[in-house]
Ligand binder design. Structure first.
Ligand SMILES: Nc1ncnc2c1ncn2[C@@H]1O[C@H](COP(=O)(O)OP(=O)(O)OP(=O)(O)O)[C@@H](O)[C@H]1O
Ligand SMILES: [Mg+2]
Length: 297
């Protein structure tokens, strides 16, 4: 079983209009409501591939109930803890000539609800996987991913896809996989990373700090994997026209984990296919889109 954690999930309300005027009444041409949040995205793509998954994290209020309903409808397993106060956030994406995002802060996580999430994490079985993905809301400790890694039973595979601050404390717990993109890795090591050699050297630093496998996603430049044996794999991206790259990294994590049973070269290919398939269409890729891209790699 692959568990994912999303501390501050959201509903995304995408409003499409030809002409957006600030300070005036605008009417949309169409609107799309979807669920969002990095761990939930990973669970969605795993689920599309037929891999058993449960999304953990927090939801709140009637919007949280709606999120749960949407996950149920998409047959994505979830055991989100309901917070006693507030509402799951709704992030508004204004899609006109330019894209404007309005991201809400989200509800406050109280101590009792946090304890419930930790109790769930402590019950994860050896051989299962836990994916910690995305940002940490301001009400929680910067070290929360380190604390979750600490609470994990032995032999649970830990995956962390997060920025420098929440990622670093988790490295001491020897995560099975970390997946920074170029900008995140650059921030972690504190220097710009232009060439493959520079990216590989930075990946080796993350490995020396505790990560077993380091998968660096490079957008349209593909990805570089430093596996636990110290071998480097470099894959170009799938060829195609990018429509929306949001969630491509999350899809890549899902594809990699899905493919990992058949070796790291295969895992990387599945990651590249899932990331590309997501970039080439609207929303997260489904299995049909992923296999089509895989066949053309
Ligand atoms: N324009 C693109 N063309 C082809 N493949 C792409 C493109 N953008 C992303 N991908 C694929 O998806 C993978 C992950 O993308 P990216 O590096 O943008 O992740 P990310 O920055 O973590 O994204 P996010 O956090 O929004 O999910 C890339 O390694 C690549 O294989
Ligand atoms: Mg990412």
């Amino acid at each position: 079983m692959i568990y994912t954690v999303t501390l501050n999930p959201a509903l995304d309300y995408a409003l499409y209009l030809s002409d957006f005027r600030l300070g005036e009444t605008n009417r949309t041409a169409r609107e799309v409501l979807s669920f969002g949040g990095k761990g939930i995205n990973v669970s969605a793509v795993l689920s599309a591939l037929g891999e058993p998954t449960v999304a953990l994290g927090f939801a709140a209020g009637p919007v949280g109930e709606m999120l749960k309903g949407m996950l149920k409808e998409a047959a994505i397993g979830e055991e989100l803890v309901m917070l006693p106060v507030g509402n799951t956030r709704i992030n508004v994406k204004i899609k006109a000539e330019a894209e404007t995002e309005l991201n809400a802060a989200g509800p406050l996580v109280d101590g009792g609800s946090l304890a419930k999430l930790f109790a769930q994490i402590k019950k994860i079985k050896a051989g299962d996987t836990l994916v910690l993905a995305g940002s940490v809301p301001p009400s929680l400790s910067r070290d929360i991913y380190g604390q979750m890694a600490e609470a994990l039973p032995e032999d649970v595979r830990l995956v962390v896809d997060a920025e420098r601050e929440p990622l670093l404390p988790a490295l001491a717990y020897r995560p099975y996989l970390v997946k920074p993109n170029r900008a995140e890795l650059s921030e972690i090591v504190g220097r710009s990373l232009l060439t493959d050699a520079e990216v590989a050297a930075a990946a080796r630093e993350l490995q020396a700090a505790g990560a077993k496998n380091v998968l660096v996603s490079l957008g349209a430049d593909g990805a570089l994997l430093l596996d636990e044996t110290g071998a480097l794999h470099r894959a170009p991206a799938a060829r195609g026209r990018a429509v929306n790259t949001v969630g491509a990294g999350d899809a890549m994590v899902a594809g990699f984990l899905y493919g990992a049973g058949k070796g790291y070269a295969h895992a990387l290919r599945m990651g590249i296919a899932a990331g590309g398939a997501t970039a080439f269409g609207e929303g997260l890729a489904d299995a049909a889109r992923i296999y089509e891209v895989l066949q053309n790699l």
